[in-house]
Design a protein around this ligand. Structure first.
Ligand code: AMP
Length: 220
């Protein structure tokens, strides 16, 4: 199944995408993770992207579109993919649609994770991540077994620079301005499904499973 997860930062898109990817084998394509890996590796793209990311701004469409479209059209995505964090602008959404239409493989659904600003702020500023394996935790709601240490690989957890309170406001403003209009873009194309993302991880997971059952039962 070809899915896009849309919603504000901290709405739980990455957490749900990881679980679904493990359950179904669809690659989890997180544009943020891909850009962070490029920045860590010091590639030319990573170096260009780093400044925007640290400031909580979107990297230019010209840097991200080809990268993500190429990734979503690789052979391992033939049975499906989970796009998380891409598209984030109208230009990106149109480029994705065009590339998928050319392959006669349109999106099956766009899942919109609806989550208010207060909840988002609490989730992002409490988020801790593993710089080694990408594991994600939360200081209150998703604690590791040993405080400050990743359950999976034992590395010390950190707060992403752009998860600090100083940057979160900018990220949310960018989301409302440039990404939120995609809700209507996809609603108009009949692929939008909404999830109440302020629920617990388990409840969101159940709601998502129900939506996917409906989507896969739909005649194509
Ligand atoms: P995320 O992990 O999805 O919150 O993304 C972290 C940062 O990576 C964002 O704040 C942007 O600077 C950059 N980024 C990720 N995805 C995109 C995208 N689709 N378009 C532009 N910038 C992006």
């Amino acid at each position: 199944m070809r899915l896009v997860f849309l919603g504000p930062p901290g709405a739980g898109k990455g957490t749900q995408a990881k679980t679904l990817s493990e359950q179904h084998g669809w690659p989890h394509l997180s544009s943020g993770d891909i850009l962070r890996a490029e920045a860590k590796a010091g590639s030319p793209l990573g170096k260009q992207a780093a400044g925007y990311m640290e400031a909580g701004k979107l990297v230019p469409d010209s840097l991200i579109v080809d990268l993500m479209v190429e990734r979503a059209t690789r052979p391992d995505c033939r049975k499906g993919f989970l796009l998380d964090g891409f598209p984030r602008t109208a230009v990106q959404a149109e480029a994705l649609d065009k590339a998928l239409a050319a392959r006669n493989a349109p999106l099956d659904a766009v899942i919109y994770f609806a989550c208010g600003d207060v909840e988002v702020l609490g989730r992002i500023t409490g988020r801790r991540t593993c710089p080694n394996c990408g594991g994600v935790y939360h200081v209150r709601t998703l604690q590791p077994k040993k405080e400050g240490v990743c359950d999976r690989c034992g590395a010390a957890l950190v707060q992403r620079k752009d998860d600090s309170e100083a940057v979160v406001g900018q990220r949310l403003a960018t989301y409302r301005l440039l990404t939120e209009p995609l809700i209507e873009y996809y609603r108009a194309r009949g692929v939008l499904r909404q999830i109440e993302a302020e629920q617990s991880i388990g409840a969101i997971n159940e709601e998502l499973a129900g939506i996917l059952t409906q989507v896969s039962a739909r005649p194509s």
